[in-house]
Design a protein around this ligand. Structure first.
Ligand SMILES: [Zn+2]
Length: 49
């Protein structure tokens, strides 16, 4: 499944995501652990579209 990394907006494959995070019942995928770290610091900022 193609997903968008909410931090850097890169399109990635969810099966190849380097990291993922659950927030408010939704799963977010990241291209690298650095993006996950940024998301986890301020998930509201990135989760809102
Ligand atoms: Zn990223």
């Amino acid at each position: 499944m193609k997903v968008t990394d909410p931090v850097c907006k890169m399109t990635i494959d969810s099966e190849k995501a380097a990291a993922k995070s659950d927030y408010k019942g939704q799963t977010y995928y990241f291209c690298n652990p650095g993006c996950k770290a940024k998301f986890d610091q301020d998930p509201q900022k990135y989760a809102s579209k």
